[in-house]
Design a protein around this ligand. Sequence first.
Ligand SMILES: C[S@@+](CC[C@H](N)C(=O)[O-])C[C@H]1O[C@@H](n2cnc3c(N)ncnc32)[C@H](O)[C@@H]1O
Length: 441
Amino acid sequence: MSLLLTLADTLSQNLRRLDSQFPDGTSPHLWDARPCPALDDVRQLPPQEAFDLIDKIRVDLKAVEALIVPSHFRLVELGLLQYKVAALNTVVSLDVANALTELGGQASLHDLAVKVQTNEHKLGKVLRMLTAEYIFQEVSKDVFKHSRHSIALSGSKGASSFMSFITDLGMRAALGISNDLRLPETRDSFSEKTAPFVKEVSKDGTTFFEYMMNPDNAEMVTLANDGVQLTRCALLTDYPWGDLGDATVIDVGCGAGDSGIDVMKKYPRLKWTFQDFDHVLKTVKENIPDELQQNVNDGSIQFVQQDYFQPNASRGDVWYLRGVLHEYTDEDVVKILTHLAAAMHETPGSRMIINEVFVASPVIMPATSSFSTSAPSDYIPRKQSALADMANAMTWSTFSLFGGKERSYAEYQDLLNQSGLKVSRFYRFRTFTVMLECELA
Ligand SMILES: C[S@@+](CC[C@H](N)C(=O)[O-])C[C@H]1O[C@@H](n2cnc3c(N)ncnc32)[C@H](O)[C@@H]1O
């Protein structure tokens, strides 16, 4: 059977299986200007089987595209993707989604252009870049209407602020990636000081972290919080926090402490030690909500100033590192992990949990397989972030702005082994992050 027919059969089967995952009348819609309840609420996750099917279907749909599009068009189209990004950036900065809502959810191009004060012809071209992605829809010539995805850009708490960040500052930083890999002074660097943001955007040595902390750019912190929502529900749901009972979790390099706070709200029996520098802990203390104040008063929540490059003073059952290790070179990661392994020796049975984005291979084709007639979705590796393509894009986004090094499962395994630890379990979340559980070797 040809690859085209294999894909036709596999997609047909998987789409039918996916449809059966949605109870009657809840199958995803596209044209109605409202979110799809089963998929578009960041506070809930689709069932595991539906999530896996969606991942597979997307890989096979890309294969169909790659199969039927001539190489010269395929490559040029990929090279022109910046115009999609620019279109998204334009509708966000002109606030087209809210304008369309105010015009009743459907409007002529003329009325829309008048409302957002731009040129009608250019706006039409921008909108059509997006209707091709089913963001907005053209319902008759030059008449545009909201779709399920464009409605997400409207409202004061819509996706638009995060979109404006990744399509503007993110795009500018991304332009520095090829030079970063090419130039001898940056190609082996994972430092925030040489990150593409510094070279392409700030140009005066200001790092992205310093830029974020500048009170003039206060909106950056809110934006970062919007990004967090893409992974938070999976962090709370796909790791068995409830099985930890009343264990003590040490939140190493806790930052604002938001993930620990959310975990404790859901699992109030847990004891929690926030570790970071004093000035950071001050903010964490301010962030503790009323419902957890009693845990502070009775000592179930503690705040400990701790440099993770020094021997660790705390004792605990679960050592939690979220978004910490990707900031460091391999040598520094081994230093941090070795100190933590020494502390874990003080509490028999303790474990470490590492929450990161893992570098992922969208598809790995064994050279000996009958791949030419199998669907690529049968070759998605499991020990990595799900949504591989999105996960990898996220790693580039982080690197372009902050520097640092996101790693694969095998790379983490190697660093853990060098530090006296070993992987005990792997949790592939229903998002692009994972949890790696480890114990003393
Ligand atoms: C990328 S943030 C991660 C924050 C948090 N875990 C989260 O998930 O949002 C890294 C944190 O590590 C802290 N940090 C940096 N160097 C440190 C060190 N040597 N010892 C302890 N904490 C450190 C920073 O202050 C920052 O809050």
